[in-house]
Write a protein that binds this ligand. Structure first.
Ligand code: SF4
Ligand code: F3S
Ligand code: FES
Length: 249
C-alpha cells in the first residue's frame, strides 16, 4: 500500500541552505534512503546524497533524521507516525559539501596521525600464533563501518570546531585501543599517544558515541575507559614510574 508523506530535506552547500518541503510517495517496507532516491527520480534530480551498500555496512549514508543521527538505509519509514513530517539533515559535526553530503576528511586526517601497527622487527612469518582471547578482544573494534556517527554526536567537537585540532574522537579511540590490545604491537606508548596527541582527556564519558553506534560497539566501556585507566596507571603508579626510570638509564 502506498501513501503520500511529508518530508523536509536540507538543501544547500557550504555557503548556506534551508529545509525544503516535499510530498513523496511511500510504500510498505521502505527505508528513508528509498524516499531520498524517489525524490531524486521525481522532484529533485540534483539532490546530493552519499550511499553505497544500502545494507548498513558501508557507513556512507549517515545523516540526521528528525534530529537523531542514523543511517538512511537502515531507518525504516514505519518507525514514524503516518502524519509525522520526516526531516532529513546532514550530520552536523562536519562541513557540508552539498545537501546531505558532508566532508568527513577530518576523520581520515586523524587516522593518519596514529602510528601504524608495529610488529617486532625480528619476528619472522609463522613464528607467533595469536591466542583466541587476543583475537576476540580487538574483533569488536574491527566491526566499525566508519559511519562517523559517533564522531558526529560527541559534544567535544559537535559544537566546538576549535576542539577538532586537539581531539581525535571516539572512532579513533577504538583504533588506538585495538592497537594497544594487539599482542604483537611493539609500541608501548599507545596510551600516552591517546592522551597527549589524541585528546583522550577531553572525553568525559558521556557515552553518546556508544548509543549511536550501528555496530553496537561498546566504545566507551571497552575502549575509552580501559585506555583512560591505563593512562592513569602508567603515569601515576609509583612502581611503573620507577621501573621506567631505571630501564631508561
Ligand atoms: Fe560508526 Fe560505530 Fe565505527 Fe563510530 S565506532 S564510526 S559509530 S561504526
Ligand atoms: Fe565523546 Fe563518547 Fe567521550 S561521546 S565525550 S567520546 S564517551
Ligand atoms: Fe551503506 Fe547505508 S548505504 S550504510
Amino acid at each position: 500500500m502506498s501513501t503520500t508523506r511529508h518530508f523536509r530535506v536540507w538543501r544547500g552547500d557550504d555557503e548556506g541552505g534551508q529545509l525544503t518541503d516535499y510530498d513523496v510517495e511511500v510504500n510498505e517496507g521502505e527505508v528513508v534512503l528509498d524516499i531520498i532516491h524517489r525524490l531524486q527520480a521525481t522532484q529533485a534530480p540534483e539532490l546530493a546524497v552519499r550511499w553505497n551498500c544500502k545494507a548498513g555496512k558501508c557507513g556512507s549514508c549517515s545523516a540526521e533524521i528528525n534530529g537523531k543521527p542514523g543511517l538512511l538505509c537502515m531507518t525504516r519509514m514505519n518507525t514514524f507516525g503516518e502524519d509525522q513530517t520526516v526531516t532529513v539533515t546532514p550530520v552536523r559535526t562536519f562541513p557540508v559539501i552539498k545537501d546531505l553530503v558532508t566532508d568527513v576528511s577530518f576523520n581520515y586526517e586523524k587516522a593518519r596521525e596514529i602510528p601504524a601497527f608495529t610488529p617486532p622487527a625480528d619476528l619472522k612469518p609463522g613464528e607467533y600464533r595469536m591466542q583466541q582471547v587476543d583475537v576476540e578482544r580487538s574483533q569488536e573494534f574491527r566491526k566499525c563501518i566508519e559511519c562517523f556517527m559517533c564522531q558526529n554526536v560527541c559534544h567535544v567537537i559537535r559544537d566546538h570546531e576549535e576542539n577538532k585540532e586537539a581531539f581525535a574522537g571516539p572512532r579513533l579511540f577504538i583504533r588506538a585501543a585495538e592497537l594497544d590490545m594487539h599482542p604483537l604491537d611493539a609500541r608501548d606508548d599507545r596510551k600516552e599517544f591517546a592522551k597527549e596527541e589524541q585528546g583522550l582527556g577531553f572525553c568525559n564519558i558521556t557515552k553518546c558515541c556508544t548509543e549511536v553506534c550501528p555496530e553496537h560497539i561498546k566504545i566507551t566501556d571497552n575502549a575509552i575507559i580501559p585506555m583512560k585507566e591505563r593512562v592513569v596507571d602508567r603515569k601515576y603508579d609509583p612502581l611503573t614510574w620507577l621501573g621506567r626510570k631505571i630501564f631508561r638509564r
